[in-house]
Design a protein around this ligand. Structure first.
Ligand code: SF4
Ligand code: SF3
Length: 518
């Protein structure tokens, strides 16, 4: 008998499922509560069928799905409170036939696989929709999809119907990334190519990690003239390229690398960290009391900062804490990094890129993007970028870039265009899609006909929703690694291979030879 069942991320136990405790640190009580949250959302979606619009349900679906994303909320009390909130809504809407948590991952292998794919995609999209929403952007298609998607999870469908739903969902997620892009750029301007400092200055500090730019802005406003430096970490690095964020002098630069190195990077630090989203790992005792969480993030024993009724967060206690710790005694810096090549910046040099492609100076464009993680096989991505021919450029996004972004200077430029372009966070996959579509238009061909190859790395459910968006756009020949999702059954994989030529990564040498020889 399993204590829990979870197979939603790439580091799942034995490449199959976590059944005793999560490799991520998720305990059975939380895993089972998160199944309960999911089942209750399905029941709520049933209860809402044909009823007048429910105020507050959209945010409820979003928060509930977001907190079940890998490395977001490990606090049993938070998860139990969410179960109760959803039940209260179900009751308010007169109840509905109950979907049982036990039925989520049981039954026909292919149905479980397809249901899980849609569920995990919805969890990923919930995170993006949340960030857009705090900046005042919502979209009716995206909002409707949470209820529609959860309802669909509880219904019976043929394999073809499931696939249809999954691709429709991919289009909804494209819309979601579009509104998040509009929210971020509308509020903070278009990212500009920016050289950022890495390492730290002397003095008190707060590290901000995760994906939420609104939290960072709020904190920057509250730390003006306070004598505390702010650093980004992990997925927050691209924030340093937004005009309305980088103008704050106390926003100094980036510290450390991707999420899986946080236990080492935060060990014994003389400052505090704010987690705005995933990925939080079990904090070591040396810094547990220096962790602050906000929004849907939770870890038992850490301090949580809630928004007030107006959405404002009071960071003063955290700022005082950072000041009292004194910070670093001496500055230490590493090689600077370039970021900020969002679609706006790339389009600004589009003429140069097009000319270089036409003249044969750029023969191939690679998108090497996605999540980082702890697996040794992930050095594939470093090798791939190192070995990519000198007449190619590499677009990247999300935290997987830390595998190779220190190579920026070594990789050099082509006609003044840097060969490695950091487009931003995982949600900035939207930028990569925009650039690919613009190039296809100029060259009067389809995206699949461009000299463009996508080599993706996945870890958690945001990567799932992005992959479904790419498939919904008909993009083929995507390479994915470091391993295939455990929730994709052999039959479903067969369909994805046949329809989309989705391919597991091999070695950097083999894949480069295949791509460039094609
Ligand atoms: Fe295991 Fe990943 Fe689920 Fe954590 S999120 S319990 S590591 S499958
Ligand atoms: Fe990274 Fe968690 Fe996926 Fe946003 S922060 S890409 S893993």
């Amino acid at each position: 008998m399993n204590d829990m069942f979870c197979f939603q991320c790439e580091q799942t136990a034995g490449g199959k499922a976590c059944t005793k405790v999560g490799v991520c640190g998720k305990k059975p009580d939380v895993a089972n509560l998160q199944d309960e949250i999911t089942a209750k959302l399905i029941t709520l979606a049933r209860a809402l069928e044909g009823k007048p619009a429910c105020a507050g349900c959209e945010a409820l679906f979003m928060d509930a799905l977001f907190m079940c994303v890998t490395n977001v909320n490990f606090d049993a009390a938070d998860n139990a409170a969410m179960v109760a909130r959803i039940q209260a809504k179900i009751d308010k809407f007169g109840g509905a036939p109950e979907f049982k948590a036990a039925d989520l991952f049981h039954g026909d292998e292919n149905v479980v696989s397809l249901r899980s794919t849609l569920l995990f995609g919805l969890r990923g999209m919930a995170a993006y929709a949340h960030h857009a929403r705090v900046l005042g952007k919502t979209d009716p298609v995206v909002s409707a999809w949470f209820q529609k998607g959860m309802k669909a999870l509880g219904d019976d469908h043929t394999v073809d119907e499931w696939l249809g739903l999954i691709l429709q969902f991919g289009q909804a997620n494209l819309k979601c990334m579009e509104i998040l892009d509009a929210a971020n750029t509308g509020a903070y301007g278009h990212p500009e190519p920016t050289q950022v400092q890495t390492g730290y200055d002397k003095g008190p500090f707060i590290i901000v990690t995760g994906h939420d730019l609104h939290d960072l802005k709020d904190l920057l406003d509250q730390t003006v003239g306070k004598g505390v430096n702010i650093y980004t970490h992990g997925e927050m690095l691209p924030a340093l390229a937004y005009p309305e964020l980088k103008k704050y002098p106390q926003l100094k630069g980036n510290i450390g690398s991707a999420w899986q190195n946080q236990q080492k990077e935060f060990d014994n630090m003389p400052g505090v960290v704010l987690f705005t989203t995933n990925c939080i790992m079990p904090p070591r005792p040396s810094y547990l009391d220096k962790i602050y969480t906000t929004a849907d993030v939770g870890w038992p024993g850490t301090k949580h900062i809630k928004a007030d009724a107006n959405g404002r967060k009071d960071f003063s206690a955290m700022i005082q804490h950072a000041l009292s710790l004194g910070g670093w005694q001496e500055a230490k810096h590493w090689e600077p990094l370039m970021t900020g090549f969002g679609h706006h910046a790339v389009m600004a040099v589009a003429d140069k890129v097009i000319e270089a492609v036409k003249a044969g100076a750029i023969k191939h464009i690679f998108l090497v993007g996605g999540c980082d993680g702890a697996k040794t096989g992930r050095d594939y991505y470093t090798q791939f970028v190192e070995k990519a021919p000198k007449d190619s450029i590499i677009l990247t996004l999300a935290c997987g870039k830390y595998r190779f972004n220190s190579l920026q200077a070594k990789l050099g430029t082509i006609g003044g265009i840097p060969r490695l372009l950091d487009m931003g966070q995982c949600n900035d996959a939207y930028s990569a899609i925009q650039v690919a579509m613009a190039l296809a238009k100029v060259f009067n061909c389809g995206v699949n006909d461009l000299p463009l190859s996508l080599v993706l790395s996945w870890y958690e459910q945001k990567a799932v929703c992005i992959l479904l968006t790419l498939l919904s756009l008909g993009i083929t020949n995507i390479r994915i690694g470091p391993s295939l999702p455990a929730f994709i059954s052999p039959t479903v994989l067969g369909v994805l291979v046949e329809k989309f030529k989705l391919t597991p990564i091999k070695t950097a040498d083999e894949d480069l030879a295949t791509i460039l020889g094609a």
